[in-house]
Design a protein around this ligand. Sequence first.
Ligand code: PMP
Length: 399
Amino acid sequence: MRDWAGRLEQRREQGLYRKRQVLGSPQGPRVRLDGQSCLNFCSNDYLGLVNHPQVVEAMAEACRTMGVGAGASHLVCGHHQAHHALEHALAEFTGREAALVFSSGYAANLGVLAALATRGDLVFQDRLNHASLLDGVLLSRATLKRFPHADHQALKAMLKDSESAVSSSSQRFVVTDGVFSMDGDLAPLDELGAVAKEHDALLIVDDAHGYGVLGSGGRGSVSHYGLSEEDVPLVVGTLGKALGTAGAFIAGPRLLIDYLVQFARPYIYTTAMPPAIAAATLVSLRLAEDEVWRRDHLQALIVRFRKETAALGYRLMASSTPIQPLLIGDAREASRLSQALLGRGIAVSAIRPPTVPEGSARLRVTLTSAHSHADLDQLLDALAAEQSSIGCSQTGATA
Ligand code: PMP
C-alpha cells in the first residue's frame, strides 16, 4: 500500500493542503463562506449571471416541464429538445457549422482530444494549459509535447523538428487555452494560428475564460483577434463561467462534430446534462450577448484594479481579463495573506503549486460585472492594509 496518510501529511507540512469552504448562499459578489458573510473575489461568474432572475426562472420552468435530470445519455434517449436548441444557438454564436454540448469543460477537453488524436499523433500544448487538456492527451495515447508559454517561435521550431520524426499518417494538433486560467493572459492566437496552418496542424482553442468576456458580443478570444473558423477550426467553451450555468461545448465543422458524437467517449458514456441547464443557458447566452454594459463595467473595474494595486506595490501579471493574479511567490505566504483578507471579510483564493509552478504562488483575484466600485474600494483598502505585513518589497509592478 502507498503511504496515503504520509502524502497528506507532507502536503500539510508544505502548506499545500487544500481545504474546501462551504458556500451557504448563491454565488455572487457577496456570499456566505463557512458561515461568514464576505465579499467574494474568487468566482468565475464574470458577467454576474449565476443568479440572474431570468436565468433562474428559465431553469425552474424547464424543470417543471422537462423534469430535473436527462434520465439517459445522449445516444440512448437523454438528448432533449433543449440540448438541441442550445447546440444550434452556440453554433450561431460562435459562427461555426455545428456545436456539441458536454456536461463539463473537463469532459469536453477529454472528449475532443481522445476522439481526434490517437497513438502516433503529436499534440503540442502550451505549458500552462488547463489540466483537462493534458489529461485528454493521456486518454488519446498520442504523444504530448509542451511548448514554452505563449511562444509561437518555439512552437514553430518544435513542429519543424517533428517533421522528420512523424510518419505520413500521423496528425499534429496545436492546443492552447484562449485565456490562461491562473495567469489571465491571452494566447497569441493570431501567431499560433499562422504557425499551425503553415505546418498543417489542427489548432484547438479552449476558450473557457474568454467566451462572454472578450470579443464582439462576448464571442471570445478568437473574435478578439478578429480570426475566423479557417484560422481556428475547433473551439471549446464552458458554460459554468461567464454564462453562469454548467457544462461546455465544442464548436466547429459539421464533419468533426458528427465524428465526436460517434467517438468521443466522455460524450457517449455519461448521462446528458440536465435539460433545464440547457434551457437556462439559452437565456444567459442571450443576456451575455445583448447586455454590453456588463463587459463595459467589468473592463472599468479591471483597469482600476490594475492601476491601484500596482500603485500599492503589488506584482501584477500581464492580464487584461477579469483574472487578475497578484504574484506573492511563497505558497505559505499566499495562504496567510488569503486568510488575512478573509479576516477582513474578503474572499480571495490563494493559488499554489502544483496548480502553478513552484515559487509563483499568487492571490487570484477575479472581478465580475456584479461587483460595484464600492466593492472594489473595500478590496483595495484591505490589500493596502495587508501590503506592509507581506514585507512587500514587491516593487516593479507590470501594470
Ligand atoms: N478549461 C479551462 C481553461 C478551465 O479553466 C476549466 C475550469 N477551471 C475547464 C476547462 C474545465 O471546465 P469545467 O469547470 O466546466 O469542467
